[in-house]
Design a protein around this ligand. Structure first.
Ligand SMILES: Nc1ncnc2c1ncn2[C@@H]1O[C@H](COP(=O)(O)OP(=O)(O)OP(=O)(O)O)[C@@H](O)[C@H]1O
Ligand SMILES: [Mg+2]
Length: 488
């Protein structure tokens, strides 16, 4: 079972605080112990200094008997004398407290002692003595002094300290738990706030945004990222709504025309020529509707990822020739001169032949639509470095600069198209852009208002494997190199 993050955080914080608390206690205990022993050693050191001062003040050092008598009267009844012994350089005892008899007797010679002296601990567990052995020099004589103090008080103090620490340990654990709980709750509070706000967002209030945390941490980043995602979803929903609204509007116009034409034809008895004219109008509108529906269906499928391009080696020259033949009658009907400027031999490019035809059709149809009678449209194909460049140039009405950045958007028509009453729904170039994008290229537009426009794009050349070249543009005969598919 997955443990919730909050619990896991609380447990982690608890462990961190508890371990820190325990380490603090141990450190404080060790420091207190060290301080107590240092103070004790310092006191012992001072006592040896006192012995030295006493010897110096009384001119001792040469006469053993006098030394023994003076030392006995000075230290015999004093506290400092309880754990004291003094030896001269010949190993003779000058003073020796009775209690010191339990001390290890092998007092080292002065030469074996460090200048600061050495510490010895002796005695039984219930009465342990900590003593300092140090030598001092006086008038050419060396004296080894050992003085000690019982550790009972120090050890009792340390025991009390340990008990105290033991008693407060539950409080430490309790506080560690509480701190862990509070910290994890605070840390996750913004997440809870984000989740609460996110739950309130639905398709009716997609413009709502998650609260901005005003910090620079990961949660603020998460909130910003979710808001950006909401932005994209909102814009996606908006384009779906716009798409539906535009599509129904575009379909309503030809449908209304069909109904009006049928109603008018049926209002009274007509001649057969009049009926033929009405049926022709209805047929033309139905044709317009069906091409519009085709484009809508294509875009819907493309959005759903159902349209996929099949890239293979295609003879671009052959595709251009076929498209030119198909559209030549339309150009002739509009009295527009149409020229092709193609290579003399096959030019193999990597493309999906069906989509390439469609792309050429869209751009050439536009050139025909937006060029007046007497104008010129040229279809140019040429090898350009590693690629093949397609270009459709016309001497038509041109595209106003303000429209150039928008003509590839769905249902966007330029003001030139609306002003000249040219029929269309603004979907052609959106389709063309999708095809270009799925061929890893993009369409460049150059235009001079009133003088004409040029649409161009490049495709990469196919690898030269002569014997495997398919008879293009039939997709089934084409050799497939890879499959690409993406959303526009
Ligand atoms: N060759 C051109 N000359 C001038 N304007 C052009 C040309 N090609 C495209 N345009 C402008 O770009 C707009 C978008 O073109 P697009 O092909 O997407 O839509 P459309 O031609 O208006 O309608 P349809 O969906 O029938 O193609 C056009 O409305 C027009 O304003
Ligand atoms: Mg068009």
């Amino acid at each position: 079972m997955q443990i919730p993050i909050r619990i896991r955080l609380s447990i982690s914080y608890f462990f961190i605080f508890a371990v820190a608390g325990i380490l603090l206690c141990v450190a404080s205990y060790l420091m207190a112990r060290r301080s107590l022993y240092t103070a004790l050693d310092h006191e012992l050191d001072e006592r040896i200094d006192d012995v030295h001062d006493f010897f110096a003040a009384n001119g001792l050092g040469n006469d053993l008997n006098r030394e023994q008598a003076e030392a006995a009267s000075e230290f015999g009844l004093k506290d400092e004398g309880k754990w004291l012994q003094i030896q001269d350089d010949q190993g003779r005892w000058i003073y020796r407290a009775r209690r010191m008899l339990i001390a290890p007797h092998d007092v080292p010679p002065a030469s074996a002692l460090p200048a600061k002296g050495s510490i010895v601990v002796f005695g039984a567990d219930d009465k342990r003595i900590r003593s300092l052995r140090r030598a001092f020099w006086l008038d050419g004589h060396v004296f080894v002094v050992e003085t000690g103090s019982t550790l009972t008080k120090t050890e009792q103090t340390l025991l009390l300290y340990r008990h105290g620490l033991f008693l407060i340990s539950p409080v430490i654990f309790l506080m560690a738990g509480l701190a862990g709980h509070l910290l994890s709750r605070n840390a996750l509070a913004p997440v809870a706030a984000i989740a609460r706000e996110a739950q309130r967002i639905h398709d009716g209030n997609l413009q709502t945004r998650l609260p901005s945390l005003g910090t620079h941490d990961e949660l603020a980043h998460l909130s910003r990222t979710l808001n950006e995602m909401l932005e994209r979803i909102e814009s996606g929903m908006r384009s779906v709504r716009d798409f539906t609204a535009y599509a129904s509007h575009e379909l309503r116009t030809p449908l209304a025309l069909i109904r009006t034409e049928a109603d008018l034809a049926l209002q009274k008895e007509r001649t057969s020529a009049e009926y033929r004219e009405a049926i022709a109008t209805i047929g033309a509108e139905a044709q317009r509707m069906s091409s519009l529906l085709g484009s809508l269906l294509f875009l819907a499928r493309a959005d759903a990822g159902a349209e996929r391009v099949q890239i293979c080696a295609v003879d671009a020259r052959q595709v251009c020739l076929e498209m030119a033949e198909k559209l030549r009658p339309a150009f002739q009907g509009s009295r527009i001169r149409f020229r092709t400027d193609l290579p003399t031999s096959a030019l193999l490019v990597m493309a999906d032949p069906t989509y390439l035809q469609r792309l050429l059709m869209i751009v050439l149809e536009n050139a025909a639509k937006y060029t007046r009678a007497g104008g010129l449209v040229r279809l140019v194909l040429q090898q350009d470095g590693d690629g093949a460049k397609f270009e459709v140039v016309d001497t038509g009405i041109g595209i106003p600069e303000s429209d150039r950045g928008h003509i590839f958007e769905r249902f966007r028509r330029g003001s030139n198209a609306r002003e000249t009453n040219v029929d269309g729904s603004g979907l052609g170039l959106a389709l063309a852009a999708w095809i270009a994008e799925n061929h890893r290229t993009n369409i460049r537009v150059k235009s001079d208002t009133g003088l004409g426009s040029s649409f161009s794009w490049e495709l990469s050349l196919a690898p030269q494997i002569e014997d495997e070249i398919p008879s293009v543009p039939t997709p089934s005969a084409a050799r497939q190199f890879s499959t690409a598919g993406a959303h526009p």
